[in-house]
Design a protein around this ligand. Structure first.
Ligand SMILES: [Zn+2]
Ligand SMILES: [Zn+2]
Length: 388
């Protein structure tokens, strides 16, 4: 963008789901918007329905609700394909000791280790730490007391194999689709109908279109809505919208089902009503009321280091010298999301400012005034896309 501005070069931003920032820029006349009204190949937009899991829950220890099982059965009977979307790699996101309640955690991060049953290992998805599945609980030393909690794509594949033993299924996650060649093979397998059910993470969300894929289901549409992240709702909306776009892109109309415990959530309601404008309007009002981007500026400062006391001291120093006036407000220090990441302790300060404030200059002045313990690092993130 900056390069285009310097060289006076026209630039086109292309997206089916532009960010709120981009939309507001267009509304305020900084960008000009051009709409593509018809969908690829003229196919109709799929119908999106919510499955309220409070009313029709899956059986204990399973993740597919009766209505979703019925929809899969119908799809297979019509010799068509289904995509089950679950944005969670591995077998289970949490391993818990039944006896003492211990949760198996990464030694270097504030994060649980994820079981990868096919690889027979526990993995940290944040730092790459990996260990064999333990035979005993680290905390109470009990044997065979560890149980897997919650589903990842591997566990979902297990349930699908039990429920639909005739169906040919494939997992599409970065663990097995790790190269352009593997991705091309996957696409061929789906296109030539060598698989009936695809169980995939977000790597399957974008771009592809498969003529026989007429059912797309988000197994846990609520995933991502709970994060205390500024853009959690917007990103979940975009991701589910993109996934929904996989259904029925050619001649056959598609069907999209969202399994949710929060059928009244604005994101779910907007998706099922096909009302993107309404969702964006609500999201915009909420952000404007809190002076959040794109209506105000937000800067996250992450102070990190291996020595926890030094990190706390550095964070407190920054807090003491923080600029606070009618244009700028600083919150914190507080433990950052992932207070421990890759062996480094992390604290966070958030600077909120009116839109017209030059936040880069304000942060520069602020950091120049602060005194630093050695070996403590500060990372500055202006209008952060994510808080992690
Ligand atoms: Zn880790
Ligand atoms: Zn235990």
């Amino acid at each position: 963008m900056v390069r285009a501005q310097l060289g006076n070069i026209p630039i086109a931003l292309v997206s089916a789901t532009p960010s709120l920032e981009t939309i507001v820029n267009a509304e305020q006349g900084r960008y000009e918007s051009v709409h593509l009204v018809t969908r690829h190949a003229g196919a109709v937009l799929p119908e999106i329905d919510a499955i309220d899991l409070l009313k029709t829950p899956p059986d204990r220890g399973s993740w597919l609700s009766p209505p979703l099982r019925d929809a899969i059965t119908e799809t297979l009977a019509a010799s068509e394909q289904a995509l089950l979307f679950l944005n969670r790699r591995g077998y289970a996101p949490l391993t818990l000791c039944r006896r003492c309640g211990y949760r198996v955690q990464c030694p270097r991060c504030t994060a649980w280790l994820v079981e990868h049953r096919l690889a027979e290992r526990l993995q940290c998805h944040h730092c790459g730490y990996s260990a064999p599945l333990p035979e005993r609980c680290h905390s109470c030393n009990a044997e065979e007391s560890l149980v897997a909690c919650g589903p990842g794509v591997e566990r979902l594949a297990e349930e699908v194999a039990m429920a639909f033993p005739q169906a040919r299924t494939i997992i599409a996650a970065s663990d097995n689709i790790y190269s352009p060649r593997a991705a091309a093979e996957l696409v061929t397998q789906i296109e030539t109908h060598q698989v009936d059910i695809v169980i995939g993470t977000q790597i399957i969300a974008k771009g592809y279109h498969f003529p026989l894929l007429t059912l797309v289901a988000a197994v846990d549409a609520d995933l991502g809505l709970q994060g205390g992240d500024l853009r959690a709702a917007e990103r979940t909306y975009q991701l589910l919208y993109q996934v929904a776009g996989r259904a029925g892109r050619e001649e056959k109309p598609g069907r999209v089902l969202l399994q949710t415990y929060m059928a009244q959530h604005p994101v779910i309601e907007a998706l099922t009503a096909g009302d993107r404008e309404k969702f964006l309007a609500a999201e915009k009002d909420a952000r404007r009321a809190m002076d959040m981007p794109p209506f105000g500026r937000l800067v996250a400062l992450i102070i990190s280091g291996t020595d926890e006391a030094a990190v706390d001291e550095g964070a407190r120093n920054l807090g003491r010298t923080a600029p606070n006036n009618e244009m700028i407000r600083v919150l914190g220090p507080a433990p950052a999301p992932f207070a421990l990441l890759r062996g480094r302790h992390r604290r966070r300060l958030l600077l909120k400012a009116k839109r017209e404030v030059n936040v880069q200059a304000a942060v520069r002045d602020w950091l120049a005034r602060a005194r630093w313990p050695t070996k403590v690092r500060v990372q500055v993130d202006v209008d952060p896309y994510s808080f992690f």
